[in-house]
Write a protein that binds this ligand. Structure first.
Ligand code: SF4
Ligand code: SF4
Length: 506
């Protein structure tokens, strides 16, 4: 066992209201500069939809992430070292500005400075790249927000295409039958980051002490292999500096025990931040399992229970400090991922082992049952309705469990059981223990889960230990450099991880 610690995030999709506050505060903090006009480290997509950049989830097109070879090894989908070097100057897998959008502003000054006349002055859109007026705006980072243009845009969602192949016309975009939910996205700070392995300059690295993935701006040569290899398209090219930039998980805040800016300002209070301990020895094996449906359980298996004395002793021996162990024991993220198993990874089939997980949305099922004239909070009605969800389980499974519907159904049943249990409690009735039992939890556990998901306070949602830097040297001594990236370098490649300097990023 080789315990390592990672700051991870869980987002409860049931509670996202799509207000984009997280995106705006992140942009103000990190990408409000020349060269990053089109960049959103945090963005919120409406699903079904094409996303940002357009159709980012179509890995047949972008070749992001890893694939398993017939011999059972992992290889970047972008190809081996030779292919990647051959495409350094003309990478066919790079998104263009059209795939993101051409950023614009408006001629606001015109509203004030226009001479008096018969016509109302207007503020025309102007490209932030060329400075030229843009006559028609064709696409933006949220063009299909709230299913805007759904009949035209939503069928182009790669997941909709897949689900239609499997179950036919189950997904419809007629007004009464369509569904939607929001998916906020940041860098996944993966355990097996494709961006780190793809970088020819060794500029991307995963910090040993907290797992945050960063770009060393001095080493970056602007090859953009990280941009094409990240399957989540969460590395961006700054056209002013010629360097790559990405979400830093707000490490200057995290280092002093504060949550990320997107978490801090989340209006829906749907984000959770905390420590996960994992066994670095299991990562390679977990990322390379044969069957894609086993990727979620394999990643779950690689996490270590911080309340287990054997894990605690091993973690201490690895140099993980008492502060971090204490935070790991109180981690809301661990409880949502492991204890209650209601959070799932985003696109585990990319084999990067992402560390931002999601509680799938359940809300529409209650409304759907209630709209049909039945009691939307009744256990029997709810469990029965999950298979007939307006958000098809198959769609959620393509998003969160590599297409396996079983774990998604299990999560939704657990969430439904929590509602039924708490409804009885709130009405002063005795909850039926069979409801909790049917989802393999106790009534007390359902109530704890409710507290965490529904009414958790700031200090319960964000359990971020401080002093990671002070412990970094001890950790670095106890882990050889090539072990810091759990999957490690490709054969014949130098070690890509670079421990220092950790502060020199964007
Ligand atoms: S999500 Fe983040 S850590 Fe994972 S491959 Fe993309 S940029 Fe790298
Ligand atoms: S601030 Fe929170 S609720 Fe608003 S869009 Fe972002 S994640 Fe959703």
């Amino acid at each position: 066992m080789r315990p390592m610690a990672q700051i991870a995030m869980v987002m409860n999709l049931d509670k996202c209201i799509g207000c984009h506050t997280c995106s705006v505060t992140c942009k103000q903090a990190w990408t409000n500069r020349r060269g990053t006009e089109y960049v959103w480290f945090n963005n919120v997509e409406t699903l079904p939809g094409q996303g940002y950049p357009r159709r980012w989830a179509d890995q047949n097109r972008w070749k992001g992430g890893w694939e398993r070879t017939r011999s059972g090894r992992l290889r970047l989908r972008a190809g081996g070292r030779a292919r990647r070097l051959g495409t350094l100057f003309a990478n066919p897998d790079l998104p263009t500005l059209d795939d993101y959008y051409e950023p614009w502003t408006y001629e606001y000054k015109n509203l004030i400075d226009a001479p008096a006349g018969d016509d109302m002055p207007v503020a025309r859109p102007v490209s932030q790249i060329s400075g030229e007026p843009l006559d028609t705006l064709q696409w933006g980072p949220n063009w299909d927000d709230d299913l805007g243009g759904a009949p035209e845009h939503a069928p182009k969602d790669p997941l909709v295409e897949k689900v239609r192949e499997q179950v036919g016309e189950k997904i419809r975009f007629e007004f009464e039958q369509s569904f939607m939910f929001y998916l906020p996205r940041i860098c996944e700070h993966c355990l097996n980051p494709a961006c780190v392995s793809a970088c020819p300059s060794g500029a991307l690295y995963k910090r040993v002490e907290d797992g945050i993935v960063l770009v060393d701006q001095e080493r970056c040569r602007g090859w953009r292999m990280c941009v094409s290899s990240c399957p989540y398209k969460k590395v961006y090219f700054n056209h002013a500096t010629g360097k790559a930039e990405k979400c830093t998980l707000c490490y200057p805040r995290v280092e002093i025990g504060m949550p990320t800016i997107c978490s801090e300002t989340c209006v829906g209070r749907m984000r959770y931040l905390g420590v996960m301990l994992y066994d670095a020895d299991k990562v390679t094996e977990a990322a390379a399992v044969t069957d894609e449906h086993d990727l979620y359980p394999a990643q779950l298996e690689s996490f270590l229970d911080p309340r287990d004395p054997a894990v605690e002793a091993a973690a201490r021996a690895s140099g993980i400090s008492d502060d971090w162990l204490e935070a790991a024991r109180r981690s809301p993220v661990f409880d949502l991922i492991r204890t209650y198993q209601v959070a799932l990874p985003l696109h585990p089939e990319y084999r990067t082992m992402p560390m931002v997980w999601y509680v799938p949305p359940l809300s529409p099922v209650v409304e759907a049952v209630a709209a049909s004239g039945h009691d939307g909070e009744d256990a029997g009605n709810l469990f029965g309705a999950i298979e007939g969800l307006r958000i098809p389980v198959e769609y959620l499974a393509e998003l969160l469990t590599a297409g396996d519907t079983y774990p998604v159904e299990a999560v939704l049943r657990r969430m439904a059981a929590m509602r039924v249990h708490m409804r009885a409690r709130n009405l002063g009735e005795e909850p039926d223990p069979a409801v909790a039992h049917s989802v393999r939890l106790t009534g007390d556990e359902l109530e704890d889960m409710f507290r965490l998901l529904a009414v958790a306070k700031y200090e319960d949602r964000y359990v971020v230990p401080t002093a990671a830097r002070a412990d970094a040297d001890a950790l670095a001594d106890s882990h050889p450099l090539d072990a810091a990236c759990p999957v490690g370098a490709e054969p014949g490649r130098p070690v890509l991880l670079n421990l220092a300097p950790t502060r020199r990023t964007v």
